[in-house]
Design a protein around this ligand. Structure first.
Ligand SMILES: Cc1ncc(COP(=O)(O)O)c(C=O)c1O
Length: 362
C-alpha cells in the first residue's frame, strides 16, 4: 500500500536517498536571512562550494530547482537579437532548447540520437559560421545516462571560440564527476541538490563567471527573481536576493564540508567504483544503453535486452524491500531502466539492490 509516511529508499536518478544525519541538518532553527548568523552560514557554504567546484568566481544559491537556472542563463546573458546553439542528446537537453525558445531567444539545435554524445567537432562545425553568442550543453544527460565529452569541448571552445558563452547543465554530474569550473572556462554550471549533493529537492547551486555577469548588464528585460546582477549584489553581503530556503543551505553546508574533507578525487573515485560495478553487471546480464566511454558515473541506463517487465520488477523490489530504482525515461520507458549511484548511496547498497533485482529476473 502506498504511504508517503513510509516512503521507499530512492535509487532513481533523482531525487536520491537522503541519509538521516543529512535530514537532521534541515531541521535546524530558522535564521533571519538578513541577520549576521545567516551571512556567516552562507559565506561558509559558498566558500566550501568554491573548493569542490574549483572556482573563484560566483557561486549562487538559488531557491528553485535547476530548471530555473536554464532560464536564468538565457534571460541574463543572451540579448534578444542573439542566437544560441542548443546541443541536444536526450530529454533534458531537448527541454533546455525549448526553454531558450520560450525565453524569446533565437535558437538553432544541434541534435544527436539519444545515447550518442555531442562532440567538439560537431560543435565546431556549427560555431565556425560565427552566428552564435552562446551554447547550451548538458554534462550528464540523465534520460540516457550519457556524459558528453565536456573537457574536450571546453578546450576546443577556449582555443577557437573564446567569445562564445558556454552554459552547462551539470544537474546529474556536479560533484559526482570532475568539474573544474575556472579551468573549463565555462560561464555557468548548475545543479539541483537532489542529485549528487544528496539533499531533498527544491534548491539549486549555480556557478557563474565574471564575464557572464558583465554580459548580463547589457541585456534588457532580465526579470527579478533570477537576475544575476541582483544576485551578485546580495552575495557581496553573503545574502541572497530574496528569502532563501535556509534548511537547504544548512544541508548544503553539511554536505559540502563532507566533500571537502573526503577530497574531490576520492569522491569521484567512489562514484566511479559504483558505476563500474553496475556497468559490469549490466554488461553481463543486459547491455549498456550508451557506449561505455560515454557512460555517466552517477547513473547507469541499462538496455532491456531480455525484455523484462521493468515496472513489475520495480514494484516487486519495492514490495519486498521498500526500495525503488528507475524506469526508462519517456520514449526509453520499458526498453531501458536506470540505476542511480550518486550522492550518499554506497557500493554495498548498490550491490544489495542489484541482488534484489537479480532475485526478480532469475
Ligand atoms: C540533466 C537534467 N537537467 C535538468 C533537470 C531538471 O532539474 P529540476 O527538476 O531540478 O529542475 C534534470 C532533472 O532530473 C536533469 O536530470
Amino acid at each position: 500500500m502506498v504511504d508517503w509516511r513510509n516512503p521507499p529508499r530512492l535509487f532513481i536518478p533523482g531525487p536520491v536517498l537522503v541519509k538521516d544525519d543529512v535530514l537532521q541538518q534541515l531541521a535546524r532553527p530558522a535564521l533571519g536571512h538578513r541577520a549576521k548568523e545567516y551571512a556567516q552560514l552562507q559565506q561558509e557554504t559558498v566558500d566550501l562550494l568554491k573548493k569542490v567546484l574549483f572556482t573563484n568566481q560566483y557561486v549562487f544559491l538559488s531557491t528553485s530547482s535547476a530548471s530555473g537556472i536554464w532560464e536564468a542563463c538565457i534571460r541574463n546573458c543572451v540579448r534578444p537579437d542573439e542566437t544560441v546553439l542548443a546541443t541536444c542528446c536526450g530529454a533534458f537537453s531537448d527541454k533546455w532548447a525549448d526553454v531558450v525558445r520560450d525565453c524569446g531567444r533565437n535558437v538553432d539545435v544541434l541534435k544527436v540520437e539519444w545515447g550518442k554524445p555531442v562532440t567538439a567537432e560537431m560543435i565546431d562545425q556549427k560555431l565556425c559560421s560565427g552566428k552564435y553568442a552562446a551554447i547550451t550543453l548538458v554534462y550528464s544527460e540523465t534520460s540516457t545516462g550519457l556524459i558528453n565529452p565536456v573537457y574536450e569541448i571546453a578546450e576546443m571552445m577556449k582555443t577557437k571560440y573564446p567569445d562564445v558563452l558556454v552554459f552547462v547543465d551539470a544537474v546529474s554530474a556536479m560533484v559526482g564527476m570532475p568539474l573544474h569550473f575556472d579551468r573549463l572556462g565555462w560561464d555557468a554550471a548548475f545543479a539541483s541538490v537532489q542529485k549528487c549533493f544528496a539533499l531533498p529537492p527544491g534548491f539549486a547551486v549555480a556557478v557563474v563567471s565574471q564575464r557572464a555577469l558583465d554580459k548580463s548588464k547589457t541585456v534588457p528585460g532580465r526579470g527579478y527573481y533570477f537576475n544575476f546582477e541582483l544576485w551578485a549584489e546580495a552575495a557581496e553581503k553573503h545574502q541572497t536576493l530574496v528569502t532563501p530556503s535556509i534548511p537547504h543551505i544548512y544541508g548544503l553546508r553539511y554536505q559540502a564540508e563532507k566533500l571537502v574533507n573526503e577530497g574531490m578525487e576520492n569522491v569521484w573515485k567512489r562514484h566511479r567504483q559504483m558505476a563500474d560495478y553496475v556497468r559490469t553487471w549490466a554488461k553481463a546480464n543486459f547491455a549498456l544503453f550508451c557506449e561505455e566511454r560515454y557512460a555517466s558515473n552517477t547513473l547507469t541506463t541499462i538496455k532491456n535486452t531480455r525484455a523484462i517487465k521493468v515496472a513489475d520488477v520495480i514494484s516487486a523490489v519495492q514490495k519486498k524491500h521498500n526500495t525503488v530504482f528507475g524506469n526508462g525515461y519517456k520514449k526509453l520507458k520499458d526498453v531501458t531502466f536506470r540505476i542511480a549511484h550518486m550522492g550518499d548511496i554506497s557500493l554495498p547498497e548498490v550491490k544489495e539492490l542489484i541482488g534484489w533485482i537479480e532475485d526478480e529476473i532469475k
